[in-house]
Ligand binder design. Structure first.
Ligand code: ADP
Length: 190
């Protein structure tokens, strides 16, 4: 199986590039942000609980996102592999993912980080906010909070995957096609 963790700050382009990767390598896209937003839209108890965190730019509780991923893995046991987008975001989530994949006799093939400067991230998110209607993309202080949480809680995962020799990074600026090419070159090496 080919299991890719797409890593990078909010606005780095993980979702856009994940859509490309799943087609090219015949993988399943698992975005915890998308899964949470569909729970919010359906007004499920889980969605309502998660919404209070997401709208302010905080992370949803580990137990919620880990549970969602576990279900998706169970639903797709015959998959060729996965692109994890926006997950894991904490060391606890990364440990849980390793255990879940291990139970299926597989593992993370590589973690690929898309690097983009902070100013560019803020511009991209604000411009996405104009069309996406996502409340967390429309307010600079919420966006800054998300970037800060990325630095505090998510960046330590770089070391987590480096220690397993699974860390790669690519430049996340340029055209969507250029970035997709860089990404595809990396994935083909895994
Ligand atoms: P972005 O990468 O632009 O922040 P996402 O759709 O990945 O967009 O995430 C939106 C929000 O959903 C996050 O700010 C966070 O509140 C919540 N979220 C998504 N994935 C996770 C996760 N793995 N753990 C905790 N919260 C998450």
């Amino acid at each position: 199986m080919l299991n890719i963790v797409l890593f990078g700050p909010p606005g780095a382009g993980k979702g856009t590039q994940a859509s490309f990767l799943i087609k090219k390598f015949n993988l399943i896209h698992l975005s915890t942000g998308d899964l949470l937003r569909s729970q919010i839209a359906a007004k499920t108890p889980l969605g309502l609980e998660a919404q209070s965190y997401i709208d302010k730019g905080f992370l949803a509780p580990d137990s919620i996102v880990i549970g969602m991923i576990k279900l998706k893995l169970l639903e797709n046991t015959d998959a060729n592999g996965y692109v994890f987008d926006g997950f894991p975001r904490t060391v606890e989530q990364a440990r849980a993912l390793d255990l879940l994949l291990d139970e299926n006799n597989t593992h993370v093939s590589g973690m690929i980080c898309l690097t983009v400067e902070k100013e560019e991230l803020i511009n991209r998110l604000l411009s996405r906010g104009k069309t996406s209607c996502r409340p967390d993309d429309q307010d600079v202080s919420i966006i800054e909070n998300r970037i800060k949480i990325y630095h505090d809680k998510t960046e330590p995962l770089r070391e987590y995957y480096k220690a397993q020799n699974k860390y790669y990074k690519i430049d996340g600026t340029g055209s969507v096609e250029e970035i997709a090419q860089r990404l595809s070159d990396k994935v083909s090496m895994l």
